[in-house]
Ligand binder design. Structure first.
Ligand code: HAM
Length: 412
């Protein structure tokens, strides 16, 4: 087949059974979101590139290597969103929503990252994203993590995951940490990857997140941020953990968890699979500094996102299929009457499929394969006489009913 007829590398079609699973996951997450008072919103798939590159960190791989960026006809640099948070913050500021805080927002849709495709890693994938803007107080960190946990639990995959948590401290903690981290990596400068040498001056914490095997080894001996927390940062983290204990959320402290984007402070967390690939299923954290960096007011915020494709790697969802009712004209002459009847049934909110081409026997066979519940046969007289022949494919019984009886029967 011609290459042009294939989807682009790292993208894929979501055909009916798979797409139904996506919708099921979204619906389940929405139900939990409602319990926590989150409201749905949506932002454009494209933004000015500056929305992302000024905020997510120009040393992060997501910005440096993975953005789909192009020039518009008006010569503006535009990017497809590589995540939701920056776009939502842009929307929060540009819509002047500061006076409506706190805002609990959720959204979902496609995200684009030009990363190397592999299992569970796509160039177009789908995130469900939650942001709590105006989230003041350590209990809000615990509350949003419990929300993430409730979704994974409802989707029956919590038991396959581990919650890893860390604190990235306040600005003061991080700047003290940056200094020692810089010194540490500087002593390995000649062994670091080219990318990490660039990261060294700008943001040595990014080296901790490097995918390069050599960098990873060097990072294992790096100092830990926990030794550089200020008293208030340590207190903050302790309180978050205390609330998580209260809410029965099990976690493992991973002192090396730094996350792949630059805007985080204090609480950072990821749900990772217990076995197999270590790529996260869900990731998030606090980003109190982002609104200000983007030109808005100081606004505390925390959020998380999970990748729908990653979730479906952990569990195969078998959704019950709706059993169709088939309306079957027996001859070509009865097609018009049949079409009108399907229309009347749909007006009564009854789902019905019209089965037309091929011989009746073949169509009955197809109805059985589709696990249909009823077949309504339409011959010459059925519609005129208001007397319909309907076959129950479970009991194998045939019934003769008028239109209102037909509606009642199909409604059951
Ligand atoms: P992230 O960790 O970059 O965080 O992505 C969140 C989730 O998206 C990951 O845990 C994973 O499930 C999924 N994901 C990431 N990259 C891919 C990929 N190439 N293919 C398939 N799935 C992928 C963020 O995006 C932050 N904006 C989350 C956040 C919201 N932080 C605060 N608020």
């Amino acid at each position: 087949m011609s290459k042009k007829l294939q989807p682009l590398r790292g993208t894929k079609d979501l055909l009916p059974p798979e797409f139904a699973v996506h919708e099921f996951i979204i619906k389940t997450a929405k139900e939990i979101a409602n319990l926590y008072g989150y409201e749905a919103m949506s932002t454009p798939i494209m933004e000015y590139t500056s929305v992302f590159d000024r905020t997510l960190g120009d040393t992060s791989d997501v910005i440096n290597k993975e953005m789909y960026t192009f020039l518009s006809k008006g010569n503006d640099s535009i990017s497809l969103r590589p995540e939701f948070t920056a776009g939502i913050m842009r929307s929060f500021i540009s819509n002047g929503l500061y006076h409506e805080l706190p805002l609990k927002l959720f959204t979902y849709g496609p995200i684009f990252r030009y990363s190397k495709p592999q299992q569970g890693r796509y160039r177009q994938f789908h995130q469900l994203n939650f942001e709590y803007i105006g989230a003041e107080g350590t209990y809000t960190d615990a509350e949003i993590i419990k929300l993430a946990q409730d979704i994974l639990s409802k989707l029956e995959i919590l038991q396959h995951t581990t919650l890893e948590i860390n604190s990235l401290g306040c600005n003061e903690s991080r700047s003290a940490y940056h200094k020692v981290l810089y010194e540490y990596f500087l002593s390995y400068k000649t062994s670091l990857s080219e990318d990490s040498i660039k990261r060294l001056d700008k943001n040595p914490m990014r080296i901790l997140d490097s995918k390069d095997e050599g960098d990873k080894k060097i990072s294992q001996g790096a100092p830990l941020i926990s030794n550089y927390y200020t008293d208030s940062s340590k207190k903050y983290f302790d309180e978050v953990l205390k609330y998580l204990d209260l809410l029965n959320v099990k976690y493992v402290i991973n002192p090396r968890l730094v996350r792949g984007l630059d805007y985080y402070c204090h609480t950072a967390f990821e749900y990772v699979p217990k076995s197999g690939s270590q790529s996260s299923i869900l990731g998030g954290g606090r980003y109190d500094g982002l609104a200000k960096i983007m030109g808005g007011h100081d606004t505390k915020a925390i959020g998380f996102a999970f990748g729908i494709e990653r979730l479906t790697l952990l569990k195969e969802y078998m959704l019950p299929k709706i059993r169709p009712t088939i309306l079957m004209p027996i001859t070509e002459d009865t097609l018009a009457n049949s079409l009108v009847l399907t229309d009347k049934l749909r007006a009564e909110n009854i789902s019905v499929k019209l089965s037309v081409s091929s011989k009746v026997g073949k169509r009955i066979q197809k109805a059985l394969e589709e696990n249909a519940k009823y077949i309504i046969f339409i011959g010459e007289d059925e519609v005129n006489n208001n007397n319909f022949k309907i076959k129950d494919l479970d009991s194998k019984k045939e019934l003769f009913v008028n239109f209102s009886e037909l509606v009642s029967l199909l409604r059951l």
